[in-house]
Ligand binder design. Structure first.
Ligand code: DGI
Ligand code: FE
Ligand code: FE
Length: 187
């Protein structure tokens, strides 16, 4: 699929602010993929579709998680996590994207996971540092991404985990596993 067609499909699913974020993720993901040796075309596609399900009804996403035999523990954790795995399913079903590497980059873009591929890391980090992101820690992760993709991953995960802890929220096990995996690999 051409990126122009992909963008037109996604634009219909998103509010304007979220579409602008998607354009930022696309631009950043293309840059990171070139720098760190991921497939640039796949990075572009995954970035365009990564938030495809962001505005779907909670109930629809809950049914997808149940019916597609996804991890049940998603349902007891923050609903913010659901649009990533539900999105991977819907992008395949509704937009006809069949590339498993692209679908997995969408699937894991919120939770992260242990043993992420370079493409998955590119999308995770691009989502965190795209130019529209202004939250504390974004600039630090942006600087790290210029030097080392894993360092940028670690900073993003640390910030997200600390953000959740400060709000007294649970942290999804796969997010902790992503963090531990990267930290332990440094030793
Ligand atoms: O969809 P976006 O807003 O672009 O970004 P995202 O897909 O990374 O969603 C991030 C939100 O998910 C962020 O506000 C934190 C929230 N969240 C809730 N529980 C968890 C979580 N994020 C992670 N990584 N792990 C959690 O357990
Ligand atoms: Fe997202
Ligand atoms: Fe996003």
């Amino acid at each position: 699929m051409e990126s122009k067609q992909a963008l037109a499909i996604v634009k219909e699913q998103l509010k304007d602010h979220r579409y602008q974020h998607t354009l930022g993720v696309m631009e950043t993901a293309i840059e990171l993929a070139g720098k760190y040796g991921a497939d640039v075309k796949k990075a572009e596609m995954a970035a365009i579709f990564h938030d495809y399900a962001k505005f779907r009804q909670k109930e629809e996403m809950r049914q997808i998680i149940l019916n597609q035999n996804m991890r049940r523990d998603l349902l007891i954790h923050n609903e913010e996590l659901w649009h990533a795995p539900a999105g991977a399913y819907l992008v395949q079903k509704e937009a006809g994207i069949e590339d498993l590497e692209v679908l997995d980059a969408i699937r894991y873009h919120t939770s992260g996971k242990a043993g992420m591929s370079v493409l998955e890391k590119v999308i995770y980090v691009a989502d965190y540092i795209e130019p529209g992101r202004r939250f504390p820690g974004a600039e630090e992760a942006r600087e790290a991404a210029k030097r080392d993709l894993n360092e940028a991953m670690i900073l993003s995960l640390q910030n997200t985990i600390m953000f959740l802890l400060k709000k007294n929220q649970a942290v999804y096990p796969m997010t902790i596993e992503a963090y531990n995996d990267l930290i332990l690999a440094k030793r």
